[in-house]
Design a protein around this ligand. Sequence first.
Ligand SMILES: [Zn+2]
Length: 839
Amino acid sequence: MIPVSDTSVLTRTEAVERHSLLDVRTVHLDLDLTRGREVFGSTTVIRFACTTPGAATYVDVIPAALHRVVLNGRELDVTTLHKGRLPLTDLAADNELTVEADMAYSHTGEGMHRFTDPADGEDYVYTQSFLGDGPRVFASFDQPDLKARYTVSVTAPHAWTVIGNSLGDQTSPGHWEFAPTPPISSYLVSVVAGPLHSVRAEHDGIPLGLHCRRSLAAHLDADAAELLELTRQGFDHYHRVFRHRYPFDSYDQCFVPEFNAGAMENPGCVTLRDEYVFRSAVADTKREERAMVVIHEMAHMWFGDLVTMKWWDDLWLNESFAEYMAYSVTAASTRFTGAWTGFAADRKPWGYDADQRPSTHPVAPGTIEDTDQALQNFDGISYAKGAAALRQLVAWLGEETFLAGVNDYFDEHAFGNATLDDLLRALAAASGRDVHGWADRWLRTTGVDTLRMTDGRIDHTSADGALRPHQLTVAHYRRTADGTLELAERVPLDLAADGAGAPLDPAAADGAAADLTLLNDTDLSYVKVRLDPASWQTVRTSLGAVPEELARAVLWSAARDQVRDGELAPAEYLRLVADHLPGETSVHLVDAVLSFAHEFVVDSAVTPAERPAALAELARVCRTLLRRTEGEPDRTGLRLVAARGVIATAADQAQTAELRDWLAAGTVPGGPALDPDLRWQLLLRLCVLGAAGEPEIAAEFAADPSDTSEQGAARCRAALPDPAAKETAWQALFHGELSNYLAAATAKGLWQPEQAELLDELTTRYFKELGPAAARRGPALARVLTTAAFPAHAATEHTVRAAEACLADPDLTVATRRGLVDQLDTLRRAVRARALTER
Ligand SMILES: [Zn+2]
C-alpha cells in the first residue's frame, strides 16, 4: 500500500476547475497481471479535449514505479510526480496521454486487492476504485464528472478468468479484451480476475454471471438459483418502474475476498463480499440481507452509474436511493416480504446512533470540501437516515409521482452527471409540490425528532430546534380478556413541521380508552417515540403481546434509545428482554435485541460487579429460546440465533463443560450441527474462558485450512487470557501488516470484558499507538482500529479522558478522528448508563 501521506486529497474547487478545462473522451486501459505477487503493469491511454489550449492540469496516478509518460508525443519527466499527481503542461485542444507504470497490489481492499486463498494456494485479484483509490490501478482524471468510454484489456495467467464492466473475451491464451463501455466515471471501473468459478445465465436479453473463488464453488452452486432468481426479480421490477432499460451490456456479480464494504456497484461488474456465499448455516434474515444487497447494487445501475453525482456531496443521494429501493423492491417483488422489519430492527438504529453524535451532519451536506471528508460520510446517515427520509418523501408524494420525477431525471441526465437540485426540480415538476421546502426540513438539518405522548397531546421536539413534517400512523391497543393486546384502531397522522403539541385523542373511535398508544407503529417515519406512562406500563407487562412485528420493532427501538439516552436503566432493559424475548418469533427482533443487550448493555453499560449476573440473565434467555425451538423445523433461524447466544454467554463451569460436549459431538443437541462458523465461535468462547488453547486452535485450523479458519484462529489466539498472547496480537494489529480481515479478526478477539484486568495496560496503550498505526495503514485499517479494536468494555471516566486526550492530537488522520469521536460518544453513553444503575 502506498501510504495515504504520499497521495493528495482532491478538493471540490480543484474538481470544478479541472471539469471546466477537460472533456475526457476515451480511455484505453491495459493491465498486466503476470508481473509477480507484488506489482502489476498498468498502461493507460487517455484521449481528451481541453477548452483552453496552452493550459496546465495534472493526471492522478499512484504507482509503485512510474516508467513513462507521453503527452502528445512529448516525453514528460516522471520525477515530477508529487503526491499522486503528475503535472501536465501546455495542453492542446485535443490530447493523447500515455502513462506506463507498475502498480502495487493492496492488502487493505483499496486499489487492486490481491488475496491468496489458504484453502488451495490460488491467487485472486479485484479492483476497488472508489473515492480516490482508482489511481492505485490506472492513471485517470479521477473525479465523478469526467466520464469516459473505457476499453480495457488484461493479460493474466492462462488459467484465470477475467471479468470487467462490459462483455469480454479471451482473444489469445491469457489475453482478455473487453468491449468499450458507455461513458462511466473512473471510480466505477472494475476488473476481477483469478481462477474463478462461474455460473452463467441470461435474463431478458442480459447475460448474467455469478463468480467466486474456486474453494467456494460448491457453496455458490448451492445458492446460485436463489441469487439468479433475485437478480431476475430485480431486473423485472426495475424494468417495470424505470423507463430506461438496463444501460450496460451484461451483469456479473463477483463475490470477492476481504472486501471492505458490503458490495460495490461497478456497472456490469458488481463486487460483493464473499461472506455472502454462505459456507455455514445462516438464518433467513441473513439471506434477506444478501437479497437487499443484490437489489441495492442493481438500483445503482440507474441511480449512480447511468446518472452519476457530480461531486461527492451527493454521495448520500446515491446510497439513500439505492437503500430505499433495496427495501421497497425486496419487500414488493421477492419472497422477503418482511424486509421493512429488518429496516426497523437492524438498519435504522445505525442512522439514529450516527445522527445523535457530535459528528452528525445533514443527510445532504451543503458542501463536501474534499475526498477525505466524503469518505467519512459513508455512514448511517447517508444510508439509513437518507433511505428513511426518501420513504417519507414517497409517503408524501405517492409512489407513482415519485417514480415519474425520477424517470424524468434519468431521461435528462442519462450517461451524465447531476446534483440533488436536479432531482428536486424533477420531483417538484412531477408533483407540483414544494419539494425544495421538504428537502430543507429533512435533508439540510441534523438530528432526530422526538415525539412524546403527554396528556393526550404529541409533544414534538428536535435536538436542533428545526422540526420535520412527519407522515405516520398511530395505533391504539386494548387489552383483551385473555391478557393479549388487540389493535383497536390505527389512524394516519400528517404531522406538520409547525405542529408541536398536536392533540391526539387517546381513545379509540368507539370511545374506550387505549391501554397502549403507539406513535409511528408502522415505522413509516424516522423519529424517536416516547410513550405516556400508562402505555409504557403496558409495554413492560405486555410487549411480547403486541400483535404486529413492526410495532414490536418500534417498541424495542424505543427501549434501546432510552437506554442509550440514559432514560432507562440497563437492568430495566434486561428485564424487558427476560420477560418478552423468549416468546418472540421474529428472527430480526431476537437477533437485534440480543446483539444490543450483549454488546452495549452487558459488555459495556453495566458495572463490572453487576456484569456476571447480567450475563447470566441473558444466558437464561438464550437457553429458553433454544428450548422453545426444539424440534421445530420452521424455526431453524431462531434456533441458530439462540444457539449462538448460548455459546456467547457461557460463563460458569457447567456451561463451559457443555460447550466442550457440543464441540466433541459436532452438534448442538437437537441441532444445528456445528458448521465452521459455529465451531469457531464455540472455540473462541472456550479460549476466552481459558478452557481451550493453542493445541485446539491448531487442530481446528488443520481440519479446515480456509480463510474463515485463518480469521477464526487469529480471533481465538488474540482472545487467550495470557499476557504473551495479548502482546502478540497487539504487535500484529498495531505494528504489523495484517490484511484488513485478519486485522478485524484479531481486534475482535483482543478485548474481552472477562479479562478486564489483563487488558488494563493495553487500554492506555491503545490511545498512544492508535494515531501512528492508523496513519501508516490508511482509512480502511483506521476503521478497523477505531471500531473492532476500540476498548468499548472499559466504560469509565478514565477511558473517556484518555480518548479526549487522544483526540487533542492534531496529527490524527481524518478517518481516525471520526472513528474515535463516534466511539467516544457510545462510551460516554455507557458511562452514563452505568451511573444510572449505581444511583
Ligand atoms: Zn450503494
